[in-house]
Design a protein around this ligand. Structure first.
Ligand code: ADP
Ligand code: C5P
Length: 276
């Protein structure tokens, strides 16, 4: 109880209700590992609770015209690509019961759109993003830290063997046996190619070039090392029903403690009133 509540009392006669702290979950992992899908599964199974999903992507710095001219050199997988100060200040306000406006990021223009998203205080917040476990100040907000495991070894091996992109794409999109790596890795990189070409205005050359130049090196330098901070590591992402079920049960147990505290606080208020 002490972990999730700060009792705001001025002494035994105070009737101040405790300030309820939300339960904050961090979900990190490599690109297209299934973070968003896992979060949506958790949210749908927590149907009785007020849950809000906060994407770290919303806090990407918008690129100015100068940076846009060299967008192919920009590293979107580096911690400095995110406005972490803004994320921290939004979370601080939400934790204190204030509504906030969250930026809306457009992956095609690499800028924030004019519309923002109004976010209200809630019982549970899920912070999701590739580098959400990187900054110690963001980690300090979290009650539960999750890492969705992933790797993209097939691309690395293809590049190392000097294979052409067409050959590589064939390997990804056909289901034949190959000696490169597990089917899991194939599927995940295929997902990123499919998503980025369909939803984010890229072509396959862009995706593979960006992957080799910045996505993979930053995954190894910043994202993978943040796995050690996770309380739970989920292999196979959204396919891992057992892990998701266990996480949901854990959150429900913790939220049950919130309710228990609410009861204790009401008893405290009644007790104080009798003393008056
Ligand atoms: P992330 O948030 O880690 O980038 P997403 O959850 O957005 O990953 O998943 C990337 C893409 O892969 C999406 O199109 C999603 O629908 C798909 N996807 C994720 N997990 C699975 C899965 N277990 N089976 C099939 N498709 C999946
Ligand atoms: O949804 P996902 O976790 O994959 O989003 C993070 C990825 O988005 C990063 O790996 C980054 O390379 C990519 N990104 C991009 N263009 C941007 C912003 C992020 O390709 N403008």
């Amino acid at each position: 109880i002490k972990d999730h509540f700060s009792l705001q009392s001025n002494g035994p006669l105070s009737s101040t209700l405790p300030h309820k702290q939300p339960f904050v979950i961090g979900v990190a992992g490599g690109t297209a590992s299934g973070k968003t899908t896992v979060c949506n599964m958790i949210i749908s199974q927590l149907h009785d609770q007020r849950v809000v999903l906060v994407n770290q992507d919303s806090f990407y710095y918008p690129l100015n015209d100068e940076k846009l001219k060299k967008v192919h050199e920009y590293n979107f997988d580096h911690p400095d690509a995110f406005d972490t100060e803004l994320l921290l200040s939004c979370m601080e306000k939400l934790k204190h019961g204030e509504a906030v406006s969250i930026p809306n990021y457009d992956f095609k223009s690499h800028k924030r759109t004019e519309q923002t998203r109004q976010m209200n205080p809630s019982d549970v917040f899920i912070l999701e993003g590739i580098l959400i476990l990187h900054d110690p100040r963001v980690r300090a907000l979290m009650n539960l830290k999750i890492f969705v495991d992933s790797d993209f070894d097939i691309l690395v091996e293809c590049i190392a063997m000097g294979l052409l992109i067409d050959t590589y794409y064939d390997i990804l999109t056909t289901n034949h046996d190959n000696s490169f790596t597990s089917a899991d890795s194939d599927v995940r990189l295929a997902r990123r190619i499919q998503r980025d070409t369909v939803e984010r205005g890229r072509n396959i050359e862009n995706v593979l070039d960006q992957y080799a130049r910045s996505v993979k090196p930053s995954f190894e330098e910043y994202i993978l090392p943040s796995k050690k901070y996770a309380d739970i590591i989920i292999p196979r992402g959204a396919d891992n029903d057992v892990a998701i079920d266990l996480i949901v049960q854990h959150i429900c147990t913790k939220l049950g403690q919130h309710d228990l505290c609410k009861i204790y606080s009401n008893v405290f208020v009644i007790f104080s009133t009798f003393q008056i």
